[in-house]
Design a protein around this ligand. Structure first.
Ligand code: NAD
Length: 264
């Protein structure tokens, strides 16, 4: 069974981590000055930014849904074992995403994009809240829950508020309709991954927001592709990368990001 800490594809490891990181956290003033001077900014977000919109994080919910481990539901093996159970979970999530609204953190990142010449936002979230907040150069690393696609013939269909009717999981071609998202154990979409690593590599500032930084390869974007960028983490709790960032701001995305963007 895939584990959440295990890399989903081989990583380009930089032994010893990126050079130039002291491990000592700088302050918000230095982040503001780096952002004002930045030509290129890369942002990596995780489910924490959407918890301000009322959506549960995986770890925050205890990693369980109806006593099922979410890593097992969100996997090819889990889908093969019980596609009705998996779609019941995704249909509930789809409905919750639609009831939720983007938070002040999502909107602040959309506003930041307007101020930076080269801005890329890569998200691990599948809830479409960045898109709804107006982010344009957006890479959905783990796909999204706006569509289903057939495992046999790759036919797609848009999901509405009800998600996928359970009677339509089995497709006429003999395949099964599945959510258009990346499951544990699957590779990320090549185009989105290459665009994200290139954006991380050329960034002057990297913001890491609302992710525990344990799901690879997405977590590697924070610290493995650019030894020279100023890396700031925005998260109420310490994470797997906190020792390696230049600035750790301990607060919620909705609490911290708007004041940063307004101060630029
Ligand atoms: P995670 O559950 O591992 O970590 C969430 C992080 O967010 C934690 O570090 C937590 O301290 C932080 N956090 C909690 N509230 C916050 C807030 N208000 N502001 C800022 N940070 C806050 O989530 P992850 O790192 O995104 O990785 C888990 C996987 O779960 C990803 O693959 C992602 O695709 C998936 N996921 C997506 C959604 C979604 O689309 N909304 C929801 C749950 C899980």
């Amino acid at each position: 069974m895939p584990s959440i800490e295990r890399a989903r594809k081989p990583l380009r490891q930089i032994p010893g981590g990126p050079a130039g990181r002291s491990g000592e956290a700088g302050g918000v003033e230095e982040l503001l000055s780096r952002l004002r001077a930045a030509r290129s900014v890369f942002v990596l977000t995780g489910s924490g930014i959407s918890s301000d919109s009322g959506l549960p994080t995986f770890r925050g919910a205890g990693g369980l849904w109806r006593d099922e481990r979410v890593e097992e539901l969100a996997s090819p093996e889990g889908f093969a074992r019980d596609p009705v159970l998996v779609w019941t979970w995704y249909n509930e999530r789809n409905a919750a995403h639609r009831r939720a609204n983007p938070s002040a953190g999502h909107y602040a990142l959309a506003a930041l994009e307007d101020r930076v010449p080269d801005f890329t936002l890569a998200t691990q979230n599948v809830d479409s809240l960045h898109k709804r907040a107006g982010s344009r150069n957006l890479l959905e690393l783990h796909g999204n829950l706006r569509e289903a696609r057939c495992t046999g013939c790759s036919q797609r269909r848009t999901l509405d508020a009800l998600g996928l009717p359970l009677s339509e999981i089995e497709h006429a071609c003999g395949g099964r309709m599945r959510p258009d998202i990346v499951w544990f154990g699957e590779a990320l979409p090549r185009d989105a991954w290459e665009a994200a690593t290139a954006a991380a590599a050329r960034a002057d500032v990297i913001l890491v927001v609302g992710t525990s930084a344990v799901v690879y390869p997405a977590a590697a974007l924070a610290t493995h592709y650019n030894a020279g960028a100023f890396v700031a983490e925005i998260n109420p709790e310490a994470t797997a990368i906190s020792e390696r960032v230049d600035c750790a701001l301990r607060g919620t995305a909705a609490g911290v990001l708007p004041s940063i963007v307004q101060s630029l």
